[in-house]
Design a binder for this molecule. Structure first.
Ligand SMILES: Cc1cc2nc3c(=O)[nH]c(=O)nc-3n(C[C@H](O)[C@H](O)[C@H](O)COP(=O)(O)OP(=O)(O)OC[C@H]3O[C@@H](n4cnc5c(N)ncnc54)[C@H](O)[C@@H]3O)c2cc1C
Ligand code: SF4
Ligand code: SF4
Ligand code: SF4
Length: 359
């Protein structure tokens, strides 16, 4: 007789658990990873519908549990001591310096020093990867991630999009990429494709879980570039706020930054400042549970905190990340503009951890 207790159908992992443990508790960060890993998503088991994944067909679910295992929110449940003691507030790192782009045309579009865009260009133009995944705004300010190997696309996608986004849809769609499309990236078959992705800490953490589960096509991702993130915004509420409350036409916005207050620069040269208390209701509810400011699971993480204006704080965490930073600098894509203020980064990371909700 087998001594393994039989698992009842209802006890097997499935998306219902995500509904009760993540969605109903307003912990979802809108990353889209659950749908990306579901091999039956095409059959309609999970369908992405903003603002949250609510379309789920329990009858069709195979109860593989991948959606639950890959959801980054389940990793927020690690105890605070993981961050405070074992990883440190900033996470493992080999070097932290401030950088500025030396590539013509990047500084004008970049959020800070343009180090992210410069490293992506270095990787594409020096055969480190074949494609990069970056994020742009579609019409109506809907953020959308896409794969490219073109210099002009990478530069055009520079700048922070303060909006949640199912970032890995772009990678999941690779499963169905026809050979002629694969060839556009200079490789013969999809398994040869090497990708660098840019993502927020929650997205990078979910992606790392998918890689650990060994789910295709996460094996194609060779470099993970993280962005620092204190909080993010629900794009639908955000665009409504901009257009209806502030009466701004979206295509008139040339740059936006959120550093406490929100600063919006218009193409006319006009600058609008909004106090944080006036836009805090736009924050994605899931961010209240998030503990990771600096993207601990990335190869290299980038933010503005710790650098002087016009510089990007670059945290190289892995040997691969450090090589990319060093080689992008030596190849003339960016310059080292000095030390960063570690106290500022630690202070913001501690603030994020202190404010994180717990059950
Ligand atoms: C929502 C959000 C919150 C942030 N919060 C903080 C913070 O609290 N403290 C801090 O120090 N820094 C924060 N940052 C990071 C900061 O705004 C810059 O992205 C970072 O300093 C890198 O600047 P850069 O000039 O080198 O990047 P750039 O050269 O401008 O490149 C930015 C890259 O990020 C990609 N990208 C933009 N938006 C997104 C997105 N939503 N999801 C995935 N990829 C995206 C772009 O496609 C581009 O490739 C935040 C960024 C975002 C998007
Ligand atoms: S088939 Fe697997 S990944 Fe898809 S919803 Fe069911 S348990 Fe989740
Ligand atoms: S956090 Fe991401 S993986 Fe988890 S339920 Fe939300 S969209 Fe799905
Ligand atoms: S705070 Fe940033 S990293 Fe954390 S869940 Fe929100 S968007 Fe993701």
């Amino acid at each position: 007789m087998s001594n393994t207790a039989a698992v009842k159908k209802g006890d097997q992992p499935n998306f219902k658990r995500i509904i009760s443990e993540v969605l109903d508790k307003h912990k979802c960060c809108d990353c889209g990873i659950c749908q990306s890993v579901c091999f039956l998503a095409g059959a309609g088991v999970i369908k992405y519908e903003r603002p949250a994944y609510r379309v789920y067909d329990d009858e069709k679910c195979a109860r593989c549990g991948f959606c639950q295992a890959a959801c980054p929110v389940t990793s927020y449940d690690t105890s605070d001591s993981d961050y405070r003691i074992f990883r440190g507030f900033i996470g493992n790192h080999m070097s932290i310096r401030s950088f500025k782009s030396k590539v013509p045309g990047v500084a004008e579009r970049a959020q800070d020093g343009g180090a992210v865009t410069s490293m992506l260009l270095y990787m594409i133009e020096n055969n480190v990867v074949d494609a990069v995944m970056v994020t742009r705004f579609l019409k109506g300010w809907e953020p959308s991630s896409f794969l490219t190997n073109k210099r002009e696309d990478i530069i055009a996608a520079a700048g922070s999009k303060y909006a949640t986004n199912p970032v890995f849809n772009a990678i999941t769609s690779l499963k169905d990429l026809p050979p002629a499309e694969v060839a556009k990236y200079g490789v013969k078959k999809i398994d040869d494709l090497r990708i660098a992705v840019v993502g927020l800490p929650c997205q990078i953490s979910g992606l790392t879980k998918v890689q650990n589960l060994g789910i295709f096509p996460s094996n194609l991702i060779k470099v993970k570039v993280g962005l620092f993130c204190f909080k993010n915004y629900n794009w639908m509420r955000f665009q409504e706020f901009l257009t209806k409350k502030l009466k701004i036409k979206l295509d008139e916005i040339s740059k936006m930054s959120i550093l406490g207050d929100m600063t919006i620069k218009l193409t006319s040269g006009k600058v609008i400042t909004v106090k944080s208390k006036d836009y805090d209701t736009l924050v994605n509810e899931g961010c209240a549970w998030c503990k990771d400011l600096t993207g601990h699971d990335a190869d290299v993480s980038c933010g503005n905190i710790g650098s002087n204006e016009g510089g990007t704080t670059v945290v190289a965490r892995t040997k691969k990340g450090l090589d990319i930073v060093d080689r992008a600098r030596v190849a003339g894509y960016m310059e080292d503009v000095g030390v960063v203020n570690m106290d500022e980064i630690t202070k913001q990371a501690r603030m994020k951890l202190d404010r994180a909700k717990t059950e």
